[in-house]
Design a protein around this ligand. Sequence first.
Ligand code: TEU
Ligand code: CA
Length: 558
Amino acid sequence: MDNWWKNSVVYQVYPASYQDSNGDGIGDLPGITKRLDYIKKLGVDIVWLSPIYKSPQVDNGYDISDYRAINPDFGNMEDFDKLLEKAHDLGLKIMMDLVVNHTSDENKWFEESRKGKDNPYRDYYIWRDGKDGQAPNNWGSFFTGPAWKYDQDSGQYYLHLFAPQQPDLNWENPNVRHTVYDMMNWWADKGVDGFRMDVISYISKPEGLPDAIKSKDEQYGNPEALVANGKREHEFLQEMNKNVMSKHQMVTVGEAPAVTTEEAEKYSNLNGNELNMVFQFEHMGLDGSKNPALGRWSNRKALLSDIRENLTKWQLALYGKAWNSLYWNNHDQPRVVSRFGDDSTEEYRVLSAKMLATMLHFQQGTPYIFEGEEIGMTNAYFKKLSDYVDLDSINSYHQLVDEQDLLDAPTMLKYLGMHSRDNARTPMQWDATENAGFSTGSTWEKMNQNYKEINVSKALDDPNSIFYYYQELIRLRHQLPVITDGKYELVERNEDDPKVYAYTRRDKETTLLVILNYTKENLERNYSVPENAKLLISNYKDDQDDRLRPYEAKVYQY
Ligand code: TEU
Ligand code: CA
């Protein structure tokens, strides 16, 4: 089917944390293969694998040293072929992570490139002379510190928007682009069904690499506005599309920090000449600090009015023109139930996880579920800095607490508990046995201590579990075309309600009315429901039409 990805649901697997099969404490490909039946049971269509390529793992595989080899900790190419074959036998598609804004500094291209100015690979990366004994410009890295690293031997600096071990590729060089396209075709010929493209909105850098705006008390400027959605961005993606996507049946999603709805119309236009969809970030920024120097480090809870306004904006702007992706979670974000929901009691955890799932899964776009979201896994709330392994969390702590003295240690630990990427990366909780059935060895990242209460085995035994609720949401999406194609509209006067979110989806045949209580309060009100409406799904067993109970979610059809 053309546009088959439009009514598909994607499930993201973070390989190191899914299932260990050999007791070394690290998840691996044979482990994932073993769990594909479970993924199939949930009902999803596509499995997105975070990077499994050969990598020194400075940034957990987002630093690739060989694009055509498997990271030995995860297995080998034969293990991958088996995974792909079993997935296809089950009717599941496999989406690979494509990290081509940068490589690892151990990639052979970079090893050649740093050999000197005359090396044929020199221009694969972004090398510049310094300015007055300083870096070529004032850019800071997204992982703290400067975005430039000085290379003694050649006397030049190279650009790294992320860690120093992640040098940025030079997309101005046509050899770089065509090498990437060849590699993509190689995987597509092997049978993979699509790509999730890491920070793809950053590949076209501005001419002259000008300084970024920076306030007096900031050490570096934030380059994001300069590198995102750059001048040649769409040209590059159209070229990629001609050389790769147009030759295969595939699904593509671009991770696109700083994308606006106007830009998304180009990236994910329904004419299909670039990508199928992008991940926008605006709703992920609604609970950041009010102090720009602290970025996302805060423990503020997002207001429903902000969430509703943002999701509504994306629903309306892309309708009939481009395609949305829908997500609450991924390997960079805290757990949705801890972040926008309520994990303070078991009852609220289950209710609020289902309410948030309902909010997202009835919108237009392709939904993404991150491993463990379907059983309501929570943040890990680690107590000590030494429990954290993510370089971004550790760097941010040192910068804000030790170097800049902007936060005291207990406050930063509280903020890490809320926003660290490690909250997403604790191993999958399969059952109540040691290490949650994830591994018999000592795990690469500490387990979330609540695995005896929250795990897959328990969820599968409970007909009212979050798991079966997600399964039902996916089943409904596959069954009712209105969820894929219907027009989105906010219910009248809902924009002024700080506690309830109510919207409809409508096509010629049918209307869905979604009503969500974002709070733990009992609300003495409701939105009017037509006589002939029937309750399609709810997180409560019965319906009471004059009030909304804590975190109540209900969807009517008429
Ligand atoms: O993430 C990019 C990312 O999360 C952005 O939000 C980025 O940090 C932001 O633009 C800074 O303002 C991707 C991967 O998902 C992540 O795991 C990697 O660490 C990162 O790229 C580098 O490859
Ligand atoms: Ca292993």
